[in-house]
Every structure is written in C-alpha cells, then in structure tokens.
Design a protein around this ligand. Structure first.
Ligand code: GTP
Ligand code: MG
Length: 170
C-alpha cells in the first residue's frame, strides 16, 4: 500500500527552547549551537515513510519571542498537528507550553493532534522540569509527550512518527 498524505504542522513554544533546531534536525539532520532566533516564521517540508503510507509534513516553525505572539493564530489555524516545545532546563518554558496547549484546545482545529516535546534532554544535569509531571499533564490532556534532543537527535524522528500515526488515515 502506498497511500500519500500531506499535513500542515506548526511548532509553538517560548523563544530558545529549540523549535528551529528540532525542525533542522528532522529535515536536514543538522544541529547548530548558534541557531538564530526565528523572525516571524519559517516554512520547511519533510516526508516520512511509514509502514503503510507516506506522510509529507508542511512545517511552520514559528518565532517564540514575545513580539511575534500575535502572529501565532495565522500559523496554527488549519494545522492538523502542533508540536508544543519546552526546554527541560527551564520551568517557565513548561508553563508557556501549557498555555499554548490551552490556546490550541480552545482556538485550534477541532481534531488537531497535539504533541508536547521536552527538548534539550541531553542537559539532564540541568533538568528542572520533572518528566513524570509533564507526562501526567499530557495524559490528562490526551496529548503526546516525549523528551527530545535536537543536539544528539534522540527521539526527534520518533516524535514526528508518533504524530503521523495519530493523524487521520494513519
Ligand atoms: P525562537 O526562534 O526564538 O522561538 O527560538 P527556538 O525555539 O527556535 O530555539 P532555537 O532552535 O533557535 O535554539 C535556541 C538555542 O538552544 C540554540 O543555541 C541551540 O543551539 C540550543 N538548542 C536547541 N536544541 C537543543 C538541544 O536539544 N540541546 C541543547 N543542549 N541545546 C539545544
Ligand atoms: Mg526558531
């Protein structure tokens, strides 16, 4: 079976949590220590082959800096999936992620697949967000939760695969 589908996916979350790095890792398998803050938003695509389908993600990587916050609805509107990113070393970014989840539940598409990514999992020694607390929050809200590292690539492809599996017809 060779079904092909394409989905709009948006990344949301505070500045510097690693949204752009996650996308660059997923799309180009690269990582930059000095990734520039995103201006407005960036658009990239990546295709993922699953067992029974090929999924093309049309990815909007939004800018997390406060001055861009009002642009976000333009990018999550019509999105089939949203990755809400926080940094496991930064509790404020976890609070920010929870408020993005709430906003998506209120104003996003009815069936939007939401995934929370606790990024920078390579910085275990500096962890300030408890894995179980985030997991319980995700479970209570019926959303995916994974810890990722754009730096060492851990769980990056797995995160997008998990999302693809939950999208309609997958
Ligand atoms: P905005 O575009 O401003 O919203 O920021 P962003 O969320 O896109 O963050 P960005 O990808 O630019 O990464 C910010 C910083 O975190 C960069 O210096 C990255 O090198 C670093 N970084 C991103 N992901 C990781 C990771 O998994 N581990 C570590 N150690 N550093 C990371
Ligand atoms: Mg960025």
């Amino acid at each position: 079976n060779n079904r092909f589908c394409h989905f709009k996916l948006v990344l949301l979350g505070d500045t510097a949590v690693g949204k752009s790095c996650l996308v660059v890792r997923f799309v180009r398998d690269e990582f930059f220590e000095f990734q520039e803050p995103t201006i407005g938003a960036a658009f990239l695509t990546q295709t993922l082959a699953l067992d029974d389908a090929t999924v093309k993600f049309e990815i909007w990587d939004t800018a997390g800096q406060e001055r861009y916050r009002s642009l976000a609805p333009m990018y999550y509107r019509g999105a089939a999936a949203a990755v809400v990113v926080y940094d496991i070393t930064n509790p404020d970014s976890f609070a920010g992620a929870k408020s993005w989840v709430k906003e998506l539940q209120r104003r996003g598409d009815q069936n939007v697949v939401i995934a929370m990514a606790g990024n920078k999992a390579d910085l275990e020694a500096h962890r300030k967000v408890d894995f179980n607390e985030a997991n319980e929050y995700a479970e209570a809200n019926g959303i995916i939760h994974m810890e990722t590292s754009a730096k060492n690539a851990n769980n990056v492809k797995a995160l997008f695969s998990e999302i693809a599996k939950r999208l309609p017809n997958n």
